[in-house]
Design a protein around this ligand. Structure first.
Ligand code: PBG
Length: 328
């Protein structure tokens, strides 16, 4: 080859063969990157597949350890717990019941699998009869400040039951500072908070709301979740939560918001999680079932993309499959 006529630098030289590609690979996925969301429900012997999320199950407490052991065998050490309570009321009081479904799940996992790291989602929408993320005023608006105490009760109750970390997903203003103080006063100053800081009002939560039975009975969540058009505000939300004491922040959903994820990571410099949400999962599953895409290839590509954009951790329903494929 004549130098001068062609550029000497030929990127293709490093693409020839797996070993050459591995040498310069910038983003490497591993099972350690994943947090697996787990739905626990009352009853016995229950392992019910969620219709819109093939491969994802709601399990009763007696079936929980099978799920936990499967995850550990795959090298997945982080779970995010969601509860489907036996009963719901206006205030969502089962959220801070000492013997609530998530609290019991924490005790079981702590006793039987101490190597599993437990994160509890903290929100009211799975526990309220109306499905909103907080206490309602007479006019049907969620009362931000009255909700803070309820969320703090829930977080403290989960800490008492043994969760390692709490993850508030409600999007009330000021909840991180309020919750931090409540946890500290209750003696849980070592329990970190992963804040769903940058959570958009998204159509992609549809299948989750089936799974957690948390669809609002009227209205939507646009008054407290973020406008998909805003990224500057997404960074600001993360900075507020950090100032209030968040240990990790989050961008949710992941795929339509990779630009926001990149900004939040770069501009905060804080540990940042991305939530690859239910609707994102269901789209892949549906297309794969129709034979329209190669599921393995697409899943590993999208998870790599989320990590490349800046995620330190990825909350994903694909975790088990991805861990299996990565181990091959
Ligand atoms: C609770 C909560 C939601 C999700 C996580 N925590 C639903 C919502 O805000 O409506 C969604 C997760 C997913 O879609 O996978 N507030």
């Amino acid at each position: 080859m004549e130098y001068g006529k062609f550029p000497a630098y030929r990127p293709r030289r490093m693409r020839d063969g797996e070993l050459a590609r591995n040498m310069i690979r910038e983003t490497v996925l591993s099972a350690d990157d994943f947090i697996y969301p787990l739905f626990v429900k009352p009853g016995e012997g229950r392992r019910d597949e969620i219709a819109s999320m093939p491969g994802v199950f709601q399990v009763s407490l007696d079936m929980l350890m099978d799920e936990i052991r499967e995850l550990l065998e795959l090298g997945i050490h982080y779970v995010l717990l969601f509860g489907i309570p036996a009963s719901k009321d206006e205030l969502g009081s089962s959220a801070w019941d000492e013997h609530g479904i998530v609290q019991e799940a924490c005790r079981i996992i702590r006793a039987e699998a101490p190597e599993m790291y437990i994160i509890c989602d903290v929100c009211m929408c799975e526990y309220t009869s109306h499905g909103h993320c907080g206490k309602l005023d007479a006019d049907g608006y969620v009362n931000n400040d009255d909700t803070l105490q309820l969320l703090a009760n829930e977080a403290v109750s989960m800490a008492k039951a043994g969760t390692h970390m709490v993850a508030p997903s409600d999007m009330m203003d000021g909840r991180i500072g309020f919750m931090r103080r409540a946890l500290d006063e209750a003696g849980f100053e070592r329990v970190p908070i992963m804040s769903y800081s940058t959570k958009y009002a998204s159509g992609f939560y549809g299948p989750f709301r089936d799974a957690a039975d948390s669809t609002p009975s009227f209205g939507d969540r646009r008054a407290y979740q973020m406008d998909p058009a805003n990224s500057q505000e997404g960074v600001r939300e993360a900075l507020y939560d950090i100032a209030e004491g968040a240990d990790m922040v989050m961008v949710k959903p992941a795929l339509p918001y990779l630009d926001v994820l990149q900004r939040v990571k770069a501009e905060t410099g804080f540990p940042t999680a991305a939530y690859n949400v239910s609707g994102e999962y269901s789209m892949v599953k549906a297309a794969a079932r129709n034979g329209w895409i190669d599921e393995r290839r697409v899943v590993l590509e999208l998870l790599c993309g989320i990590k490349r954009a800046g995620a330190d951790m990825i909350i994903t329903y694909h975790a088990k499959d991805a861990a299996r494929w990565l181990a091959e």
